[in-house]
Design a protein around this ligand. Structure first.
Ligand code: E4P
Length: 217
């Protein structure tokens, strides 16, 4: 399973990359709006740090504007994947950008049939938002399972990127059903590591080793 970091924060990314477990990054206009400085410069720095797919989202809503912005974003760095919202114009822009060899991550997917159309338009990644579905009492992980069933039936060259992840159970469930990619906020990535029994176990090992009174050199 590939794990992407769902953040535009450079300090967080520097730390997360040192773990050796992060394969890419997803950003969106909200995440970039929280960071200081020019967002396009931030995206360039993220690409340098990560050296994997980095999703950067367009903000136009008409296909012509999306194509223009998508090309501009793609020129920032070879690692950029253009994030396009799931609308009619988004599908048109996806078809045009992918025909030019620009990778597209189709975002704001909330139904399996939206995912099917995005796959047909040539998207490289599909981003179904599970947390936002859970927020409105709809089981987000069902959407992932449905999309994966559909993709298993056919031969689209596309990967499901589980998005809007809110807690460790989302990551666990996505892994259990074999989702190829999950994008996870830094806070949840840290939650994946911590366990009280690990802390207690380590404390005891260190206390016992102290009794030995020897350094490892
Ligand atoms: C990532 O691609 C999405 O933009 C992000 O996961 C959305 O998460 P949220 O629903 O917690 O804002």
């Amino acid at each position: 399973m590939k794990i992407f970091a769902d953040t535009a924060n450079l300090q967080d990314l520097e730390e997360l990359m040192s773990w050796g477990a992060i394969d890419g990054v997803t950003t969106n206009p909200t995440l970039l709006s929280r960071e200081p400085g020019d967002p396009l410069e931030t995206l360039k720095k993220i690409c340098e740090l990560v050296q994997g797919p980095v999703s950067a989202e367009v903000v136009s809503t008409d296909w012509q504007g999306m194509v223009k912005e998508g090309k501009k974003l793609a020129q920032l760095d070879d690692h950029i994947v253009v994030k396009i919202p799931m609308t009619v114009d988004g599908l048109k822009a996806t078809r045009i950008l992918t025909a030019e060899g620009i990778r597209v991550n189709m975002t704001l997917i909330f139904t399996p049939t939206q995912a099917l159309l995005a796959a047909k338009a040539g998207a490289t990644y599909l981003s179904p938002f599970i947390g936002r579905l859970d927020d409105i009492s709809s089981y987000g992980m069902d959407l992932i399972a449905d999309i994966m069933t559909i993709l298993d039936n056919y031969d689209y060259d596309v990967e499901v990127l589980v998005a809007s992840v809110r807690h460790p159970m989302h990551v666990l469930e996505a892994a259990k059903i074999g989702a190829p990619i999950v994008t996870v906020p830094p806070k949840v990535l840290r939650q994946l590591i911590h366990h009280p029994l690990t802390d207690i176990g380590l404390k005891k090992f260190l206390e016992d080793w102290k009794k030995v009174g020897k350094e490892i050199r």
